[in-house]
Design a binder for this molecule. Structure first.
Ligand code: ADE
Length: 403
């Protein structure tokens, strides 16, 4: 399949973005607006870039991870759709930053980021960021970085937290990561999940989704947590809960989804079962001690995206060098899921242009944006819901009578 076919397939299954694109084509909210983006560049992302371009924007895009670009899509986005693309799969660190710089040299009015690298770069290169009126951040890790910048008084333009919009994290983080992580692991290994012991590190929305889908495929799932509330939730959801040092002893697969570094260290790996397979579903490749393991034990590539290490006579396998397994070994989240996330991105970008915030803060996505995506989504799925009667609304707003 060529890049254009992949993009058109994605567009066909993105009904919400389709409605928004049509509106954008007419209203041109981004006329004279330059948008710089750093996102995982694959077919669904291309659909977002095209929608913004249809809205009148001049768009430049780079990848936000060295291994997540789909080269066919990148080529087509440039040649068939006229978007300025700076990305290819398998970037060195230098190339990765060279491309981010190219995107920023556009001197954007708006930025759209996934993970926070473009935002951080914009702050270190004020000569190219002086026109920025605001931006959006896609993911949990990026929002944590933004809030740290805000707390330190370093944030130089307003940013919107797309991750915490309901129509984003309830579906993308849970069902998107749940399905695409399994897709990546199965694609890389071609092994059965049923009957396996699977450890999921982290029980945030992503971890919940992975644990749920692993259980659905017949795995025996253990969860590790540092948060007592989430640990109890995982326990009551029916999962075994324990410290990594313990549960890794019987694990066939370990999947990290914490957003924290050093979740699986070399020390932890000394407890691991022979043949354990490690995969990361968090944004950065620092959840598993890949660099240290590679430096000390020199991995051997045994299959596309699978490296084997011999550590004290034990075989340890690491998928896609510890990078986001769902994108590096899979196809990213399902199309209908990214339809919702990218519709939130598109409408939040429009909101910034129409009502640019005055303060340099991290803002939640406006409820009107979340609500609009939900209502177009329901309509496109053909799902009807009930509405409250006036009597019920009055009841909800009253306090006098309990019975
Ligand atoms: N495709 C594009 N962006 C993605 C993301 N953040 N997660 C999973 N799949 C994606």
């Amino acid at each position: 399949m060529v890049g254009k076919d992949k993009i058109e397939w994605a567009q066909e299954w993105m009904p919400v973005l389709k409605v928004i694109s049509k509106e954008f084509s007419k209203s041109k909210p981004f006329r004279n607006i330059k948008i710089s983006m750093a996102l995982h560049l694959e077919a669904k992302t291309a659909a977002l870039a095209i929608a913004l371009k249809q809205g009148g924007a001049k768009v430049r895009i780079a990848g936000c991870n060295p291994l997540s670009t789909d080269d066919e899509v990148a080529v087509s986005l440039k040649s068939d759709f006229g978007v300025d693309v700076f990305a290819h799969r398998g970037l060195s660190k230098e190339e990765y930053y060279e491309y981010l710089n190219k995107v920023l040299e556009h001197e954007p009015d708006l930025i759209i980021d996934d993970g926070g690298d473009l935002t951080a770069l914009a702050h270190s290169r004020p000569e190219f960021s002086k026109h920025i009126i605001g931006g959006n951040e896609e993911t949990t890790t990026g929002v944590v970085r933004l809030k740290n910048m805000e707390r330190a008084g370093k944030l130089k333009f307003p940013m919107f937290d797309v991750n915490d919009a309901l129509m984003k994290h309830l579906f993308d983080n849970r069902y998107g990561t749940g399905q695409s992580t399994l897709d990546g692991i199965m694609n890389a290994t071609n092994l059965v999940i049923a009957g396996k012991n699977v450890v999921v590190a982290g029980y945030g929305w992503c971890g919940r989704g992975i644990a749920l889908r692993m259980k659905g495929m017949g795995a025996k799932v253990s969860v590790t947590e540092i948060d007592p509330f989430k640990a109890i939730e995982a326990h009551m959801d029916g999962f075994n809960v324990g410290p990594m040092e313990e549960v890794i002893k019987s694990a066939d697969f370990v999947v990290t989804a914490t957003g924290m570094k050093d979740v699986v260290t070399l020390k932890t790996l000394r407890n691991a079962k022979n043949g354990v397979i490690l995969a990361n579903a968090g944004h950065f490749n620092n959840e598993i001690a890949v660099e240290e393991v590679e430096r000390k034990f020199k991995g051997k590539s045994v299959r596309g995206n699978v490296k084997r290490y011999e550590i004290e006579k034990k075989k340890i396998y690491i998928l896609s060098d510890g990078r986001l397994v769902n994108l590096a070994s899979g196809q990213g989240h399902p199309v209908e899921i990214m339809d919702l996330s990218f519709s939130i991105q598109a409408l939040t970008a429009e909101y910034i242009v129409k009502s640019p915030p005055k303060q340099n803060k991290v803002f939640p996505v406006p409820e009107t944006v979340d609500g609009k995506v939900a209502s177009i989504c329901l309509k496109s799925y053909g799902i009807g819901i009930d509405t409250l009667t006036k009597d019920q609304v009055d009841y909800m707003n009253s306090w006098e009578e309990g019975t």
